[in-house]
Write a protein that binds this ligand. Sequence first.
Ligand SMILES: Nc1ncnc2c1ncn2[C@@H]1O[C@H](COP(=O)(O)OP(=O)(O)O)[C@@H](O)[C@H]1O
Ligand SMILES: [Mg+2]
Length: 237
Amino acid sequence: MTALLEVRGLQVAYGHIEAVQGIDFKVEDGEICTLVGANGAGKSTTLLALSGLVRPKAGSIRLAGEELTRLAPHQIVERGLVQVAEGRAILTTLTVRENLELGAYRRKDRADVPRDLDRVLGLFPRLRERIDAMAGNLSGGEQQMLAIGRALLAKPRLLLLDEPSMGLAPIIVRDIFAILREINRDGLTIFLVEQNVRQALKVASHGYVIESGRIVLADSAPNMLNDPKVLAAYMGG
Ligand SMILES: Nc1ncnc2c1ncn2[C@@H]1O[C@H](COP(=O)(O)OP(=O)(O)O)[C@@H](O)[C@H]1O
Ligand SMILES: [Mg+2]
């Protein structure tokens, strides 16, 4: 069986900066897979390459067997690879509802959008309460929920998240990760990029560690949580 996402030999450079130096990884259908690493390791660059937002120097990215590297960003979204970008990137002068509806705007199955909107608001009751509020007036946690909700309305097959825990209080991070688990249980495959190594490995089934543009460790998430090397290097002992 082929993996839902299979990446081979991916290299990305910004001028002379070799941000991603030939990495291999895969995401199996139905799992939560995580890519963890320190600031500057190459995590966001990897996600940007998956979404077609930076052009790789080399390598292949296959979603359900189909090569994505020559597709435009909107074509990649149409194939079901949808990203929640680092820093959330919601539109602060639009309402919560308008932001959510934007997530669905490329969909051809318009008739299903109201039902999916209702489902997302079921996952995030706080967004339902604030449906007509300006997105810029939401708290950081609510904005992250909105960014995830908007991505879900694009009907992903594979959801990519770039550090959803960034800048949020631990209690909010726990809420958000619990929701990711729930979305995954409902059948959505997730590729989660995080610096919050412990929380990410707790929800994931497989993990990869990236350091200076290279994958230095790949294992099941439970093994990694118990690996003294991982504990020492990424979880402060
Ligand atoms: N637009 C850019 N131009 C030049 N260098 C960049 C750019 N974006 C990232 N980098 C560099 O690429 C490397 C990887 O960055 P990034 O992928 O953002 O790491 P991470 O998301 O793991 O923090 C870093 O050395 C960073 O400084
Ligand atoms: Mg990053």
